[in-house]
Design a protein around this ligand. Structure first.
Ligand SMILES: [Zn+2]
Length: 131
């Protein structure tokens, strides 16, 4: 993971990114992507543990009680909520980036919602905002 950040940083130091707001958003985006990846991994591990737990109870011919699996389920739900939060933040950043970078793109105005519109459009075809 570290080398991705280094690449990103060195790219930014060379002055490739023209606007500082845009470069900040890029770094933030990479951070959020790695955070989502971690949460997905944790979720996967929890699901596996939960599966193993239920399987063991099954093999011991015992009833699965809510108390025994509750902890795992709650932790998985927590990860799902956190992933959703991070994804929302990512969408906001995409919109921010599109505004900063996309404005320079000739012909196809990109709305703050992230939608790319046909050349010459005055309003977004997706959300109706003025472009
Ligand atoms: Zn829009």
């Amino acid at each position: 993971m570290a080398d991705i950040f280094d690449k990103l940083k060195s790219g930014l130091n060379k002055g490739v990114a023209s606007v500082s707001a845009g470069s900040k958003a890029l770094i933030e985006k990479a951070k959020i992507n790695s955070r989502i990846k971690t949460l997905e991994d944790e979720k996967k591990q929890l699901s596996e543990l939960l599966g193993a737990k239920v399987y063991n109870l099954f093999m011991e011919k015992r009833e699965v009680s809510v108390e025994e699996i509750e902890g795992f389920c709650n932790e998985i739900t927590k990860r799902n909520e956190q992933i959703k939060e991070q994804q929302q933040r990512l969408e906001e950043l995409e919109a921010e980036l599109n505004q900063v970078m996309g404005n320079t793109k000739v012909g196809s105005p990109i709305c703050k919602c992230g939608n790319e519109n046909p050349p010459g459009a005055k309003f977004c075809s997706k959300c109706g905002s003025a472009l």
